[in-house]
Design a protein around this ligand. Structure first.
Ligand code: FAD
Length: 365
């Protein structure tokens, strides 16, 4: 874990702000991390992965998130796609695809559509079998990593149920166009993906086809929620570090900023937010590692707490740095934009609260 963290620290260096402004991470760097198995480090060793626990991968994800949320977003998508393959693929599909995903090939995963955001049951992309081919028709939006990907895991309707299919991005009928100027995570390759009569060999269809949409979506999103939550811990740590350093060294009205109690209060708020987020993420990862029945709720809780804490406290960090952090590309300015998006993805704040309320009601009854 420490060698992997050191490698990412070295590879990212001080480039995250520049990548954010350019809207692009050098693809060789992303592939290098992919080939080290670090974009989906929980894939078992028998499939070429690192076989890390969720707790270890969480610590690593937080580290990457503290350096560059765009790179962390690519990890989250690669991990979700790998998990979908591991969970729903046949033995042969797992062996084939997971070797690719831990060998340097890049993948994104598509659920959202123009008419299906929070309500994924409204998905209209279809997946159907036609003779010895599988045919995919539809459109996906905001697909993280599609701007870099060799493969996409596409989720769609399959008869009365749902299915996931592995689509090479160079297949005939696939079109990919970048989301122009995203608010945050600008180098994460978010794209709109068109799928027009895309015909693939039958084995592109993951073998769990036909199950209920809610089951497929929840399985993949639970992984994604834990990953995003740890990424938000990273954002909080980056903000805490930047704010405390600045408050300790900049002097106003004859003393360091940290000597003014209202500023010290901001630092306390940042620390509390980072610690609370860390604890709920650790809980979610332990639930994952123990296959606890609490896992789905723990993942929603972790994602919700971490994302809201990151969004609120990135704003606090900008407040502490004031003009020193108000430039595009500054770590806290980037955190402020990136963290806001974490309140939208993998279940928005509102959707998380609805799920948590349902859980509270179920426990009470
Ligand atoms: P809507 O569903 O239209 O919601 C708009 C607002 O209404 C939100 O505040 C929402 O919480 C609220 N709302 C909606 N329904 C309800 C309800 N029933 N009750 C209460 N409030 C409600 N998708 C992918 O498939 N793959 C990806 O890799 C991916 N990456 C993304 C990366 C980023 C940075 C972003 C911003 C989005 C990404 N998405 C991705 C899409 C993301 O999953 C959706 O944006 C998200 O599900 C919300 O859908 P929406 O944007 O259509 O908002």
């Amino acid at each position: 874990l420490s060698a992997a963290s050191a490698l990412v620290t070295e590879l990212v260096g001080d480039s995250a702000g520049e990548w954010d402004r350019a809207g692009r991470i050098p693809v060789e760097l992303v592939r290098r991390l992919g080939a080290e198995g670090l974009l989906c480090a929980e894939v078992p060793a028998r499939f070429g992965g690192r076989g890390w626990s969720s707790l270890d991968n969480g610590a690593f994800t937080a580290h990457v998130g503290s350096l560059c949320s765009s790179l962390r977003s690519l990890m989250t998508s690669q991990g979700m796609a790998a998990w979908a393959v591991q969970r729903f693929g046949s033995a042969a599909q797992r062996a084939h695809h997971l070797a690719r995903l831990t060998g340097g090939e890049l993948v994104g995963i598509g659920f959202s559509e123009p008419g299906a955001g929070s309500d994924l049951s409204a998905m209209s992309t279809t997946i159907r079998v036609d003779g010895d081919t599988v045919v995919v028709d539809g459109a996906k939006v905001w697909l993280t990593g599609a701007g870099y990907a060799d493969l996409l895991v596409v989720v769609g309707r399959f008869g009365d149920g749902a299915a996931a299919v592995v689509v090479p991005t160079d297949a005939a009928g696939v079109s990919i166009s970048p989301v122009p100027d995203p608010l945050g995570c600008r180098a994460a390759g978010h794209s709109t993906v068109g799928l027009r009569d895309v015909r693939l060999p039958l084995d592109a269809l993951l073998s769990g086809a036909g199950q209920p949409m809610s089951m497929l979506v929840t399985t993949a999103l639970t992984y994604g929620r834990v990953s995003v939550a740890w990424g938000c811990v990273g954002i909080l740590r980056a903000c805490l570090t930047a704010a405390t350093r600045h408050a300790a060294t900049r002097t106003q009205s004859g003393k360091p900023l940290a000597g003014h109690q209202l500023v010290a209060g901001h630092l306390a708020d940042l620390l509390v937010a980072e610690q609370v987020a860390t604890r709920v993420c650790e809980h979610a990862s332990r639930c994952w590692d123990d296959s606890s029945p609490e896992m789905v709720t723990a993942a929603v809780l972790a994602k919700h707490v971490s994302a809201t804490n990151a969004a609120r406290q990135a704003s606090t960090a900008v407040q502490v740095l004031a003009s020193a952090g108000a430039e595009d590309g500054h770590v806290v300015a980037r955190a402020y934009r990136d963290a806001k998006l974490m309140e939208i993805i993998e279940g928005s704040n509102e959707i998380c609260r609805l799920v948590l309320a349902e859980h509270a009601l179920a426990v009470a009854s």
